[in-house]
Design a protein around this ligand. Sequence first.
Ligand SMILES: [Zn+2]
Ligand SMILES: [Zn+2]
Length: 251
Amino acid sequence: MEIKVDTHVHTVHSLHAYSTIHENTLEAQKKNLEGIVISDHFGPYFVGGNLFQSFAGIANIRNIPDEINDIKIINGVEIDIIDKMGNLAFFDHYFPFDSSESVLERLVKKCSMIIASYHQFGNLTLTSLENTNMLISVLSNPDVHVLGHCDRIPGKFEELAVIQTAKKLNKVIELNTHSFNKDKMAQERIKRIAILCAENDTKVTIGSDAHFATDIGNFSAIKNMLTSISFPEELLINTSVGKIYDFLNQH
Ligand SMILES: [Zn+2]
Ligand SMILES: [Zn+2]
């Protein structure tokens, strides 16, 4: 199987990432990819100077060329899940110049691919039921396309229930190579999640979560795992740019 699009790539706009879009495209070209999804962080812990600056830097990606260095650019975002109800960042914030739409509502309209991810801050660990309900609520949000790195959820969740919900709603589970390449425990969890996705006909995507360009497209270890479990290639949405566009057009 060939993975042709890296669906989770950060840039300097994330503040704790170190490569520009231009540098990322050069690396993607070197790795023989067709495209990348720029998915900078959007959440309370990732706001730099001010909220509008963070918002605008993500929203404006749709105005750069859609192909740079032969790499298609898909304008995405990685939005924080901020509470156990599954609300996304800034769902209840408003810019002073517009009270008709929340900051979140404005942003999702400007982005083609919405990844929702849970990042742990502090020591909060939810129960399995709370985690499960949170993730099902996130997947039920019509704006969300992809559930990011659910292997990093602290504590347990009902993996089957979450994966079946993703199937029912035509959402995508991300298999994150940053987790997979670094952490043995995460490897086991990701493999288990991949097996459940295969058994339940649930779509997946592979994303590097690169915070530096050289991490883009390092998919060989995760591809070997998928091959070892005979993962059905048709469930992978990022084997071509065309397949990603087809998926996004379904929403
Ligand atoms: Zn990050
Ligand atoms: Zn993340």
